[in-house]
Design a protein around this ligand. Structure first.
Ligand SMILES: *Cc1c(COP(=O)(O)O)cnc(C)c1O
Length: 412
């Protein structure tokens, strides 16, 4: 199974002369078009906005590229807020969807004019006491046993996030009494979900709630935020979510619930990370050693510090041996990194073409929750990030860590 790459072996070899492997390489065109596709699909909804989940790919040049397409940022920590601010994304272009949040972070979000999405009913008093309530408040809803979750995020009733239904109604009523006039509603009940119907059900759930909140409390919500969680086809036989269809089906529900109940206009927001950058980032690595014992191990110069999804979730990431795309798979191997952890494997029992030391390996779908989850365990350094720009040039967008970065916080 070959998967199309936006670059060829020659380009990668040229890059390696300036930037040694391992590195992450992002396809700007792919990233921009993923954002554009989502935004265009929902153009029927006035005020529709995609708040890119910074945690997926916290890289300024990438988020800047997305801002050019009209994306805001979804932040959940002080550093992510500062990152957004430094890119120039401020005000209601920021969604602050955090949990277990220190008030300094709420303060920063409020100072930037961002939309504060509360995860806990007690945070109403907490922010009122410490920083004062903002003008616009959003609550995160956790439907609990009313909804099925999925593998990564688990069952909603086991998830630490959000308000119960009772708390939600209570919270809006209290804020209304305190004079707040602008409200939003958020939920996120899936992660890496490929079933369109799942998101249509989520939209329906939020629209129904919007109606209930209107009927019971006479509050018209300004927006519903569907969260992130749109999956990508990591496996060769999976298919991407049909965004056009998703939008059409949600529009039908919008007409049924929102228009019919005079709640139009209601803005729809997403906080997608994975579906925007995931398929358009690649971890490029070189084969160091081939080891034959009870199994065959292909040892790379990258390790799980560069991409921990396979170790963390047993996730599949497609692998291409550059220049051998057309060669048949001949051998079942484990593709490993060099950490002293036996789960430091990019693939287990993968059938691949004949591999030799020096071959360049492309690990697909590493553009979201890839570099971002990196760490320094075992003295591993974070790699560089490069961007293949829309004009076909290559730009270094984050330098690799050096050994002095590693030592910079140590006290001897
Ligand atoms: C992680 C997260 C996202 C982004 O999820 P993706 O799977 O990358 O789309 C969005 N919102 C919240 C609150 C999150 O925690």
């Amino acid at each position: 199974m070959t998967r199309k790459l936006p670059f060829d072996q020659k380009t990668i070899k040229e890059i390696i002369t300036a930037y040694p492997t391992p590195f992450h390489l992002y396809d700007e065109k792919g990233i921009k078009s993923a954002a554009r596709e989502l935004i265009d699909a929902f153009s029927w909804n006035q005020g529709f906005k995609e708040y890119f989940a910074v945690k997926a790919t916290p890289t300024p040049k990438i988020i800047h590229s997305l801002a050019e397409e009209g994306c805001g940022t979804d932040c959940s920590s002080l550093a992510e807020l500062v990152l957004s601010e430094r890119i120039g994304i401020i005000g209601e272009n920021i969604m602050f969807s955090s949990n277990d949040t220190p008030f300094e972070e709420f303060q920063k979000a409020k100072n930037l004019g961002g939309i504060i999405n509360l995860d806990d009913i007690k945070h109403i008093d907490y922010i009122d006491k410490h920083i004062g309530l903002p003008e616009l408040v959003c609550f995160r809803y956790n439907p609990g046993p009313l909804r099925q979750g999925n593998a990564i995020i688990g069952h909603p009733e086991e998830a630490k996030y959000g308000f119960t239904r009772e708390q939600l109604l209570d919270g809006y009523a209290r804020l209304k009494n305190q004079g707040i006039k602008r409200f939003g509603l958020h939920t996120m009940v899936a992660s890496n979900e490929l079933d369109v119907n799942f998101f249509v059900e989520t939209a329906t759930m939020l629209f129904e709630l919007a109606v209930e909140i209107y009927v019971k409390l006479d509050i018209k919500l300004e927006f519903v935020n569907m969260g992130g969680g749109i999956g990508i086809p990591y496996l060769p036989d999976q298919k991407a979510v049909d965004i056009q269809r998703l939008s059409k089906l949600i529009q039908q529900k919008y007409d049924t619930y929102i228009r019919k109940n005079s709640l139009h206009p209601l803005k729809i927001f997403f906080e997608c990370g994975r579906m925007i950058t995931g398929p358009h980032g690649y971890l490029i690595s070189t084969v160091l050693h081939i080891k034959e014992t009870y199994k065959t191990y292909v040892g790379l110069d990258a390790c799980m510090a560069n991409l921990m999804r396979p170790a963390l979730y047993g996730a599949y990431h497609h692998i291409t041996i550059l220049g051998k795309e057309m060669e048949p798979p001949v051998k079942v191997v484990d593709v490993t990194g060099s950490l002293c952890e036996n789960n430091d494997k990019f693939a287990i029992d993968r059938n691949l073409p004949e591999i030799e030391p020096g071959d360049i390996v492309v690990i697909h779908d590493a553009g979201a929750h890839g570099y971002a989850m990196g760490f320094n365990y075992n003295g591993k350094l974070r790699s560089a990030e490069l961007m293949l720009k829309t004009d076909h040039s290559i730009e270094l967008i984050r330098r690799a860590e050096t050994i002095s970065d590693y030592f910079s916080t140590m006290i001897f």
